[in-house]
Design a binder for this molecule. Structure first.
Ligand code: G6P
Ligand code: ZN
Length: 544
């Protein structure tokens, strides 16, 4: 095996976004594109000699080819040991689990998360550090910096590794291990949750479940854990075979894209509980038999009941949520008398808090929930947590949520996405609103009066780093709030996200339709931010 030094030059736009580098597949398969970025990761890591790397992806189009390239580059850069999920597959939370369990120096995960796949879809690559979490802002900046000065990369001429045959291969001085992508993760889940109790619920309790893997990476994980280990009926997991194009679907677990699950939940005999996960297995949507459980509420309910689950029986160090997420969990944290942190959007901000033992649970409105068991959000973990609660409390998920609202009040929450907006229009809207911020307090629209307005900045309480411009916040009276920010995960044009939430303490007002509850607040947002005026659109593309 010989190492080749291949001349290259910087390629524009290799700047990681909210969650790694995401582009159209066609851009990724361009000459040197993947190689440049991977070498930039290695250059940012510093000396790679003797180090250990985890590699895997969500199985989307180009996954296998990319794994082979990364293996050859890792060997050329001197890594000592590579751990690769069989078939090139690893869910994002499983990759995080492996990095931590085997003391790896980091991992490369190939995924564009919930974005569509296939030859015309998206591809992505993320680097996670030794704590198993997404690269911090500083590391992402170092990778980007390396990508703009790159002049060569290293790659071996070794043959392709057989990704389908488990076991150890020796290549030169290095060991390449093809490992079961599910086993370590399933073991971790068993250590956190009361499997015998969930098993009893699923087998003797007559409780029915439908898990939509959306033809993405969680299929094998869900089949192994839910059907094989917990004994759920065969067929509980639907769309369970990972496909390179996700069966033509959009692997985003929400009411718009998880169509088959939604159809079953709205059918004549709905299952007692429904759930879905995304392309790389870190997101979750959970549904009671007659209730969509908003991710913000899900985090609040899990926090309030964590002591009922074995892995969290000793209490929580604290909790955190991203800024646009509703403050439902804040009320629970106050009742439990534990700290609650408000971070910018992006899982990377939770890592420092977990490493410093400041938080145990965290979550985001974008269908992300997780804990310090790994350093990523974790879709299947959230589903198991809910099943454990249902089994423990002997109540339906719907009842658990409704009783939670009775106790804490309900935080109505919605997000409106305006997708593929010309970047200039989106920036003009944000700039105009940003300039108005100082004069907004006191202004009223549609019966709502602004009491405070700012551009969110976050100072990391652990390392003191500051992240500016993380979203425009308009705080109204009565706990109502509007947030506007531009997505950091899209691949074409800009996506404007408009978030709205309000708090309702009146026990008689907890069952209102969310759209109705927030209609006038959203109308106020449109007037104040000039959304339809700037974008020339009648309404959002997706409402969650
Ligand atoms: C990914 C990240 C999340 C983030 C979400 C939406 O899933 O891991 O942390 O909340 O994307 O990010 P965006 O910038 O598109 O709103
Ligand atoms: Zn994801």
């Amino acid at each position: 095996m010989s190492v080749m030094k291949v001349s290259s030059q910087p390629i524009r736009g290799q700047k990681p976004g909210t969650s790694g580098l995401r582009k159209k597949v066609q851009e990724f398969i361009g000459e040197h594109y993947l190689e440049n970025f991977v070498q930039s990761i290695f250059n940012a890591m510093g000396e790679c000699g003797g180090r250990v790397l985890v590699i895997g992806g969500d199985g989307r189009y180009h996954n296998r080819e990319a794994v082979q390239v990364i293996v050859r580059m890792a060997l050329a850069n001197g890594f000592r040991r590579l751990l690769i999920g069989q078939g090139g597959l690893l869910s994002t939370p499983a990759a995080s689990c492996l990095i931590r369990k085997y003391g790896a120096d980091g991992g490369i995960i190939l995924s564009a998360s919930h974005n569509p796949g296939g030859p015309d879809g998206d591809f992505g690559i993320k680097f996670n550090g030794a704590n198993g979490g997404p690269a911090s802002e500083a590391v992402s900046a170092a990778i980007c910096q390396a990508s703009v000065v790159i002049d060569h990369y290293l790659i071996t001429d070794s043959p392709d590794i057989n990704l389908d045959s488990p076991g150890e291969h020796t290549v030169g001085d290095a060991t390449v291990e093809i490992i079961d992508p599910v086993a370590d993760y399933a073991e971790l889940m068993e250590s956190l949750f009361d499997f015998p109790k969930i098993e009893h619920l699923l087998q003797q309790g007559g409780f029915t479940l439908c898990f939509d893997a959306m033809h993405a990476v969680t299929g094998p994980y869900a089949v192994e854990i839910l059907e094989r280990r917990l004994g759920a009926q065969p067929g509980t997991v639907i769309n369970g075979v990972p496909l390179e194009d996700f069966g033509g679907g959009h692997p985003d677990p929400n009411l718009v894209h998880a169509t088959e699950l939604v159809r079953r939940m709205r059918g004549d005999k709905p299952p007692d509980f429904g759930a879905a996960s995304d392309g790389d297995g870190d997101r979750n949507m959970v549904l009671g038999s007659s209730l969509f459980i908003n991710p913000c509420d899900s985090l609040a309910v899990l926090t309030a009941n964590a002591h009922r689950v074995p892995g969290y029986r000793n209490g929580l160090a604290g909790v955190a949520r991203s800024m646009p997420t509703s403050p439902a969990v804040d009320r629970v944290a106050a009742a439990l008398d534990i700290p609650c942190y408000e971070t910018p959007t992006g899982w990377k901000f939770f890592g420092n808090l977990m490493d410093a033992d400041k938080i145990t649970l965290c979550g985001e409105e974008s269908f992300g929930t997780g804990s310090s068991h790994v350093r990523e959000k974790d879709g299947l973990w959230a589903v198991l947590f809910w099943l454990n609660l249902v089994a423990e409390l002997n109540q339906s998920a719907d009842t658990i949520v409704r009783e939670h609202w009775q106790r804490f009040g309900r935080d109505y929450f919605t997000r409106h996405d305006y997708e593929e907006v010309p970047a200039q229009q989106a920036e003009a809207l944000m700039d105009e609103l940003r300039q108005q911020l100082p004069s907004l307090p006191g202004r009223s629209s549609h019966g709502h009066t602004i009491v405070a307005a700012d551009d969110f900045s976050y100072t990391d309480p652990v390392d003191g780093s500051v992240s500016h411009s993380q979203g425009l916040r308009l705080q109204f009276g009565n706990g109502e709030r509007i947030v506007l920010r531009l997505s950091g995960t899209g691949t074409s044009g800009a996506t404007l996200r408009l978030y709205a939430n309000s708090h309702e303490p009146d026990p008689d007002m907890l069952g209102i339709d969310t759209g109705k509850a927030l209609a006038s607040l959203l109308a106020a947002a449109d007037t104040i931010a000039g959304i339809s005026r700037h974008l020339g659109r009648d309404g959002p593309d997706v409402i969650t």
